[in-house]
Write a protein that binds this ligand. Sequence first.
Ligand SMILES: NC(=O)c1ccc[n+]([C@@H]2O[C@H](COP(=O)([O-])OP(=O)(O)OC[C@H]3O[C@@H](n4cnc5c(N)ncnc54)[C@H](O)[C@@H]3O)[C@@H](O)[C@H]2O)c1
Length: 343
Amino acid sequence: MQTITVKGSTGRSQILVGGRLADLSNYLPDARVVIITDEVVAGLYRDQFPEGDVITIGCGERNKTLETIAAIFEKLIELEADRSTFIVGIGGGIVGDITGFAASTYMRGLRFGFVATTLLAQVDASVGGKNGVNFKGYKNMVGVFNQPEFVIADIDLLKTLPPSEIACGLAEIVKHACISDKNYFDFIENQCRAIERLDHEVMLRLVYESVKIKAGVVNQDEKEAGRRRILNFGHTIGHALEKTTQVSHGQAISLGMVMAANLSNRKGLLHQSEVQRINSLLDRLNLPVETEFDRKTVFEALKKDKKRQRSHIHFILLNHLGSAIIEDIRIKELEDWILYGDA
Ligand SMILES: NC(=O)c1ccc[n+]([C@@H]2O[C@H](COP(=O)([O-])OP(=O)(O)OC[C@H]3O[C@@H](n4cnc5c(N)ncnc54)[C@H](O)[C@@H]3O)[C@@H](O)[C@H]2O)c1
């Protein structure tokens, strides 16, 4: 097991890469424990949970709401949870985001930790201290920055994940390599087959490298005032595609990265051969690299992006593989590119 530390303003978070759900009780304080999980994870892994009360939420983005938080508060009151109670979220990114928010706000904040059970949660969602819920159709609109005390990334849990969920995590993994580590990109290229069969050592290395990259960025800029924005590579267009088409989150991010790489090339930054390498890697990982979409609808969704500053959008481009820059691009330029250009 390897440990990576996120140093947040609310405390340190130890990310235990290769830790095990079955060993969770070793990381818990000597306190009352309440576990928050979802129906699927409870069905698969409840026998590995330590002693403690369990609150089970429904699956899917539609449950990532203030109503679910209120239901958790009611349950915590019923269970007579108090300031000394420790909360553990066992699940994917949704369970993590909800657990972190509920734990951070119930009685002004309880201690909490996560067991990340999806690849996306292990390499992305559980790292960095963003917790929250969707509100009125806006994703992650309400929430807090607060670091979990620990995150256990148990690689063995990935075996039961559907391929579409693995793909979501892989899209973020490729993103990490693109924005900050060319050697990591080379490694992924060389391990596509091992990744396909979820080879334990290779998956361990992917989770480790990705957590290291994300933790490194968060340690420089926890609240996303600057550098942390590079983690949005592929996400600006990706989110607009996710909102307006039928593609999943992972597929949307893959398509968003292809488009952002093309734009980087168009602006004279990323070499065409590197654009091609990104496309081909995503394709080999069974992620989409092209799709039909209604350009006007996607552009309208993009305009509503949270990263928008009046007439500009913070857009993440690549200089070359392993190096990202944040560029303020005029909305008008993006409109011309998406509506009439080669986007
Ligand atoms: N906080 C952050 O920084 C951050 C970053 C990225 C994404 N997110 C959020 O994460 C969420 C997506 O997370 P996700 O992709 O993990 O989705 P998820 O939590 O919905 O999990 C996906 C599905 O897999 C199931 N599942 C979980 N673990 C499993 C396992 N080991 N085996 C089989 N099935 C399992 C879940 O029950 C669920 O049905 C989004 O809401 C997104 O906004 C947050």
